[in-house]
Design a protein around this ligand. Structure first.
Ligand code: FAD
Ligand code: N01
Length: 533
């Protein structure tokens, strides 16, 4: 029996693309407002990131209590995370729990990929088409397509002739993988590799890690969450929510204006080893703006690597020196550096001798073939713009998003693109997105969009569109703020450097008071947006 379904055709108020934390909540808000909505998701269920990234060891890197929705106190009180950093299956279960609690799944077409979205200037509506032949007409089109949802495809010469098993961390098999007795090559040393490698090494016959750039990693020191911790969190929840309402993006910050001296900074550095994951980076004021502060933090981590890895030459190879700590996303691990002390783990430094090819039986680097049974590509994502640019999105005058973003992404507030009316990008480039607690940022954007659509309705408008002037100013401001930091110094995915040919632009917004600014713009009648009936 064929499981191919009949294409659907419908007219709705809004289409929401993506069923990650952004999309699920967007559907909830719009339905609460009485709008008709159609959700569309490539995957077979909700969860987004946590639906796809099922590799061993996948877990969040900000504590789970923070990495949670804040919109419902009832939800916060009924959901109980089991560990400080929840593992992927539990985060996926949470996404399903939320979707079931608010009856979200009935609004989605799963296993369905949006290929095209075209704005019709006469009707001022979007037509959204899918690979499966569906066609929806909608007033509003909301892209909740994720910043890290398009894994880079293996592109090393010969990858398709390899006779063994090939895995990509961002598209991990649902049934899991048994590496027992296998010789495994791992390509990449970003967060996905750093989380999975220790567990794969514990199971496999051998692991050979191919490292182009060593990364900074902080220990998770993961533990079960006690009842006391959960109760304290719940008791403090109203205050936390108020903090978010006032503009915090779900990550505690050091007190403003505090400038500790070198000795104080050195005393703060051990916080990096306290198990607070990425939150511990926020303990050091101006870490990403002041080279002196950054050097102290980086040097502390280098010292720790030297202490943990027994072979000094190996420790040296694993030591990051070429970029400031945090300018590539810092990793949070369980036993990453410790695992290099195992006999079955080998590190191949490919900085000066890149992988030249993959053969039927192994990986060749520096003129040597490393024979393996399986290759794990932990080579990252076409981040922030990848999912949007994979669709054929056409705004006014038939202009494509690809044309509009020819020299790099341009948005107003990361929420809209000039020339693409009624199209919204949740956690789009030009917003804090990947530099914040992302569930909180998804919620902030969803709430802003829902409020904006409510305002349009109340004011008898039905079109909202970022103006060119507002967008130009915002892009210049995003760049200025980025240039005041150490972020542009690294060849990171934040600047698109990991994808050949991608314009080098620092994409997230790193200035202060983002939410306050968005709220003020809304309160002033949506400054910088043209509203029309
Ligand atoms: P996603 O979860 O990426 O969901 C987007 C969905 O859109 C995907 O399911 C995708 O299939 C779908 N989609 C895309 N294009 C189309 C299309 N054309 N048609 C139909 N569907 C489409 N952030 C943190 O703040 N803390 C963390 O600890 C953290 N851990 C992470 C761990 C991993 C392994 C990864 C990869 C990312 C992590 N992130 C973390 C970032 C994470 O992406 C966000 O926290 C959050 O899950 C993003 O939710 P989202 O809804 O915006 O996007
Ligand atoms: O990807 P990455 P990721 N040959 O881009 C290397 C989130 N996340 O999937 O640095 C050889 O960080 C590349 O080398 P280089 C988090 O935001 C969070 O690991 O470019 N090597 C790099 O080492 C994270 O930042 C968690 O020199 C090649 C690696 O592959 C983001 O997702 C867990 C190569 C890619 O690292 C992406 O992380 C997982 C090639 N051809 C992900 N191409 C948490 O812990 C690439 N590389 C919560």
């Amino acid at each position: 029996m064929s499981d191919v379904r009949k294409p659907v055709s419908a007219c709705v108020d809004a289409v929401v693309v993506g069923a990650g934390f952004g999309g699920i909540y967007m559907i909830h808000r719009l339905r609460e407002m009485g709008m008709t909505v159609q959700g569309i998701e490539t995957g077979g269920g909700v969860g987004g990131t946590w639906y796809w990234n099922r590799y061993p060891g996948a877990r969040c890197d900000v504590p789970s209590l923070f990495y949670s929705y804040s919109f419902s106190e009832e939800l916060a009180n009924e959901w109980r995370w089991s560990e400080k950093y929840a593992p992927q299956p539990e985060i996926l279960e949470y996404a399903n729990h939320v979707a079931d609690k608010f009856d979200i799944k009935r609004s989605y077409l799963f296993n369905t990929r949006v290929t095209k979205a075209v704005f019709d200037e006469k009707s001022e509506r979007w037509t959204v088409e899918t690979e499966q032949g569906d066609r929806f007409e909608a007033r509003y089109c909301i892209m909740a397509t994720g910043c890290l949802s398009v894994p880079k495809e293996p592109d090393i010469k010969g990858h398709d002739i390899f006779k063994g098993d090939v895995y990509v961390t961002g598209r991990w098999p649902h049934e899991g993988v048994d590496f027992t007795g296998k010789r495994v090559a791992m390509i990449g040393t970003g967060s996905s590799s750093i989380q999975s490698m220790p567990l794969i090494a514990a199971q496999a016959k051998s692991v050979t890690v191919f490292q182009r750039t060593p990364n900074y990693s902080l220990p998770a020191k993961n533990t079960p969450l006690s009842d006391e911790e959960v109760s304290a969190w719940r008791a403090g929840f109203p205050a936390y929510k108020e903090m978010l309402r006032q503009g915090n993006l779900g990550v505690p910050q050091p007190p403003e204006g505090w400038e500790p001296d070198v000795e104080e900074l050195k005393a703060l550095a051990p916080n990096l080893w306290s198990g607070q994951g990425l939150l511990s980076l926020t303990v050091l004021p101006n870490l990403m703006r002041d080279e002196k502060v950054n050097d102290i933090a980086a040097e502390y981590v280098r010292g720790k690597i030297k202490e943990i890895v027994k072979d000094p030459a190996l420790a040296d190879k694993l030591t990051p020196r070429s970029f400031p700590i945090g300018s590539k996303r810092c990793c949070v691990d369980t036993d990453y550096y410790e695992t290099y002390n195992r006999d079955n783990v080998e590190l191949v430094d490919i900085k000066d001798h890149p992988i030249s090819e993959i053969t039927a039986t192994g990986v060749v680097a520096g003129g040597k073939e490393y024979a393996v049974d399986a290759i794990v590509f932990a080579t990252g994502f076409d981040a922030m713009t990848g999912a949007l640019l994979r669709m054929d999105i056409r705004g006014r005058g038939g202009k494509t998003l690809r044309e509009a973003w020819d020299g790099g992404p341009k948005t107003y507030l990361g929420l809209q693109v000039a020339g693409f009316p009624n199209l919204f990008t949740i956690t789009g480039p030009g917003s804090p997105s990947v530099l914040s607690n992302m569930i909180t940022s998804c919620e902030q954007h969803v709430d802003w969009i829902a409020d904006a659509l409510g305002y349009l309705k109340k004011s008898n408008y039905n079109v909202i569109e970022a103006t060119d002037e507002a967008q130009e100013k915002w892009v210049a401001h995003v760049n200025e703020e980025g240039d005041r930091t150490l972020f542009p110094r690294a060849n990171s995915w934040y600047v698109g450097a990991n994808v050949p040919g991608k314009p080098r632009v620092f994409m997230p917004y790193v200035g202060e008071g983002y939410k306050i600014r968005c709220d003020a713009i809304a309160a002033n009648g949506y400054e910088g947006f043209a509203l029309s009936a």
